[in-house]
Design a protein around this ligand. Structure first.
Ligand code: CTP
Length: 369
């Protein structure tokens, strides 16, 4: 962990950063909690420039020695509406109360910035040693079902397992899901989990029924593992290649691109699944203008076709242009697209065709009566 110059007996590193340091892993954001009111604390620091204050959440951003630092006040939370963002209940509560509102014991440790002492009220250290994910109380998933996906994320990221009681609580929740939840938060966790590109994550997601958090429609694990394909072709949004396979993800707030990826998949699925003798030309046309993510999703049903397209067909492009057609005396008309398709078809059969040969072919079939 990168040590800061800011040290105080009430200032603690907290959550993921402490967990990651104990695991010997790099942490990307450093969470700090001040036991008391962090805003008032920041105002007492002579060398700190206050950049931003969020009064209702009791958080503050400061600049100190050229470094930007976020500090939260200790706070307790309540869940007036289960499955939605909690409400801040008490800013400046004890460190212990702040810790007890958290998800898993391994995320519920603090480290003093002053002495380096680890504060561990919930036996997080022991769970870390035993590679266990354990919730802090029986209502944890009811309050916040996104924690089920967080559990999945941590289990695949670190190779941990849910402890027995936590697994029972998960199963119980998945038997009676409250679909009135914040899907924005759920999506964030799904993105983080499946962008790791681990097939084991998708196996657990499906086999443990976690996918039902999105929609109750049944789904079974596809046979073709996508991990290697995603590694090879590097799509921009790996997560949607997995999650988009579910029959209904309309609860998730999708961007336009993500929605297109899923819609195209559904549109092309039947053709790719049922047409065993599909020609190169038909594959080319079906995949034209479709995102890489959609094509990788289709690899779960027909890896032969998608492989053929990605490794060979998509690199084939006719060189002839509309200008060339005009120059050989064909006036612009809807016939152009027929001609381009004709050349494409020829080029797919013989990718070595050069532009002169393409023009010759057009002349032969469209100019000579
Ligand atoms: N937390 C929680 N419940 C959630 C989300 C977060 O209790 N649904 C708590 C955990 O204590 C977590 C901390 O808030 O450690 C910070 O959350 P976040 O930054 O999302 O997670 P990290 O644990 O830092 O995990 P990551 O490494 O994936 O960012």
């Amino acid at each position: 962990m990168c040590e800061m110059n800011l040290k105080n007996e009430n200032l603690y590193y907290i959550g993921g950063v402490v967990r990651d340091e104990l695991l010997g892993k790099e942490s990307f954001d450093i969470d700090l909690t001040y036991q008391g009111n962090a805003i008032e604390f920041a105002q007492t620091l002579p060398d700190a420039e206050i950049l931003q204050i969020n009064e209702p959440f009791g958080t503050v951003k400061i600049k100190l020695d050229g470094e930007e630092i976020d500090i939260a006040s200790t706070r307790s939370e309540i869940y007036p509406q289960k499955g939605h963002l909690p409400k801040v209940n008490n800013i400046g509560c004890s460190l212990k109360e702040d810790i007890l509102r958290r998800d898993f014991t391994i995320n519920a440790m603090a480290k003093s910035t002053l002495t380096g002492e680890i504060i561990d009220y919930t036996s997080g250290l022991e769970d870390l040693k035993n590679k266990k994910l354990r919730v802090l109380h029986n209502n944890s998933f009811i309050d916040d079902p996104t924690r089920i996906v967080r559990g999945l994320k941590f289990s695949v990221r670190f190779g941990f397992e849910l402890d027995e009681h936590t697994k029972k609580l998960q199963d119980k929740y998945l038997q009676s899901i409250n679909y009135d939840m914040s899907y924005k938060r759920l999506k964030k966790e799904l993105v983080e989990t499946f962008n790791l590109n681990l097939w084991t994550a998708f196996e657990k997601f499906v086999n443990e029924g976690i996918y039902k958090l999105i929609s109750p429609q049944e789904f079974t694990l596809p046979q073709n593992n996508l991990e290697e394909l995603i590694k090879k072709y590097k799509p921009t949004f790996p997560w949607i290649v997995y999650v988009g396979l579910l029959p209904d993800i309309s609860n998730l707030p999708l961007t336009k691109t993500e929605q297109k990826i899923v819609d195209d998949y559904k549109k092309i699925l039947n053709q790719v699944q049922n047409d065993k003798n599909i020609s190169d030309f038909e594959i080319y046309k079906a995949f034209e203008g479709v995102n890489l993510e959609t094509i990788l999703m289709l690899a779960t049903v027909n890896p032969e076709i998608t492989g053929r397209y990605l490794d060979k067909l998509r690199h084939i492009k006719p060189e002839i242009t509309g200008k060339d057609l005009q120059e050989i005396g064909i006036a612009p008309s809807p016939k152009y697209s027929e001609i381009f398709d004709f050349i494409l078809n020829e080029k797919l059969k013989n990718p070595a065709l050069n532009k002169t040969q393409e023009i010759e072919l057009v002349k032969k079939f469209y100019l000579i009566p």
